[in-house]
Design a protein around this ligand. Structure first.
Ligand code: HEM
Length: 415
């Protein structure tokens, strides 16, 4: 019998360090019941199965979640000064999802990502040079945050001057999503959400008056099924999702991956050799192994639309299910020695860090490219990476996203 209680999963210390929980429960229960009407899907097989059955496992979970965690009236009063949250991508099912997804797919195609690669490399090299001058850095603050913020800001029509605000807004949305925050922070987050909405609404109006060449203009111009233009609330929802989904996750992957390399010197040597040999395929595989082991989007909700059965458990209509991608990515039935960080792992790319099926991450090519360019240029230019003496890495509790908030490091320039 398991010594870790199934229901303990959302306790802050377990959610911050869930690996013992995964190790204890995965081999015996692919799906775990946490409480009445709430389940956790741990195994690779069953996470993949649920993502493929959108009729049963709905992404339209926002309403159910906010019903279960009723909005505080002070928070609601602040949010009323902005626009209502409408379901577009992550929280929509077909056919609504299909319409919006088509609109954003183009903006994140391989072609678009390839077109911005050189620009991206420039941003990466700039950030490295700034760190190199000092010989030490907080890798999260000085590199892993600004890189994705700069890349996504360009896509959604923000300028250099807006970058600090983009990070604040993105943090506010993430904190609201994970909901393990005190009331003061809830109020602050609600104010940030409304500020973001008014800021983007001004940009929307600007683009209605004069088109520019960016994703925001594309959305303002777009017509849903050739019938009607997008409403402000719909554009705001898409923008918000791109900003939130694209920032924190990529930051976590970049920082978590560097920490893994530092903690596994044999893997660091292999990565450095790959960079020196110009072996791009090896770097691509390193990126996949980082995504597998870090899984920044550790879990994602589904709302059960009809009575069903998963992993031997009966699940009733109306239940909430969390697909725990981070656990699936360490499922021993799929990955040999799953907790080992192995940049040569043959099946690393099969991970579910970006989900699977119709909701699979629209920004996956962008973040994969950011990671590959970042690790290549970092290892080409710097060496002898160490975590600053006395620093113990820690992860704040969040129900869905997992990532370092700080990573003080030291290093030297390569000769
Ligand atoms: C390492 C970085 C990233 C990780 C780990 C990640 C992870 C994920 C996952 C797991 C999903 C699927 C959620 C589900 O199953 O319901 C998802 C969806 C999504 N991601 Fe990402 N993501 C990352 C980067 C990005 C970037 C850079 C962007 C955009 C610029 C982005 C935008 C989105 C959007 C809009 C969705 C919703 C797609 C839909 O429902 O059709 N993500 N992401």
């Amino acid at each position: 019998m398991n010594t870790i209680a199934a229901s303990s999963f959302f306790e802050p210390q377990v959610i911050a360090d869930p690996f013992d929980y995964y190790r204890a429960w995965l081999p015996e229960s692919p799906v775990v019941q946490l409480s009445e009407g709430m389940f956790l899907v741990l195994s690779y097989e069953h996470c993949a199965q649920a993502t493929g059955d959108v009729e049963t496992f709905s992404n339209n979970f926002q309403g159910t979640l906010s019903g279960a965690m009723a909005e505080d009236s002070d928070v609601a009063a602040i949010l009323a000064e902005g626009w209502p949250q409408v379901d577009t991508l992550l929280t929509a099912d077909p056919p609504t999802h299909t319409r919006f997804r088509k609109l954003v797919n183009l903006a994140f195609s391989m072609k678009r990502v390839a077109a911005i690669e050189e620009d991206m490399r420039g941003v990466v090299i700039d950030l490295i040079e700034k760190m190199a001058e000092k010989g030490h850095a907080d890798f999260v603050r000085d590199f892993a945050i600004p890189l994705p913020v700069a890349m996504i800001a360009r896509q959604i029509g923000m300028t250099e001057g807006d970058l600090d605000k983009v990070k604040c807004w993105s943090d506010a949305f993430v904190d609201r999503l994970g909901r393990m925050i005190p009331k003061e922070r809830e109020l602050e987050c609600a104010r940030e959400v409304v500020e973001f909405q008014h800021f983007v609404k001004a940009k929307i109006d600007h683009r209605r008056a004069a088109q520019t060449d960016d994703l925001l203009s594309d959305l303002v111009r777009a017509e849903v099924e050739g019938e009607r233009p997008l409403e402000d609330a719909e554009i705001l929802s898409i923008m918000q999702q791109l900003m939130v989904a694209g920032n924190e996750t990529t930051t976590s992957a970049l920082a978590g991956g560097l920490l893994q390399l530092i903690e596994n010197p044999d893997q660091m040597s292999k990565a450095v050799s790959a960079v020196d040999d110009g072996n791009e395929r090896a770097i691509v595989n390193l990126v996949e192994e980082v995504l597998r082991t870090e899984s920044p989007t550790a879990g994602m909700w589904r709302m059960v639309r009809k009575d069903t059965e998963l992993g031997g458990l009966k699940i009733s209509k109306g239940a909430m299910v969390q697909l725990r991608y981070a656990a699936a990515n360490r499922d021993p039935a799929k990955y040999t020695d799953p907790d080992r960080f192995d940049i040569e792992r043959a099946n690393a790319r099969s991970h579910l860090a970006f989900g699977k099926g119709i909701h699979m991450c629209v920004g996956n090519m962008l973040s994969r490219k950011e990671m590959a360019v970042a690790y290549t240029e970092l290892l080409k230019r710097l060496t002898d990476f160490r975590v600053a003496v006395g620093h113990v890495p820690s992860w704040p509790p969040n129900m869905l996203l997992r990532g370092l908030t700080t990573l003080p490091i030291t290093f030297r320039r390569r000769a």
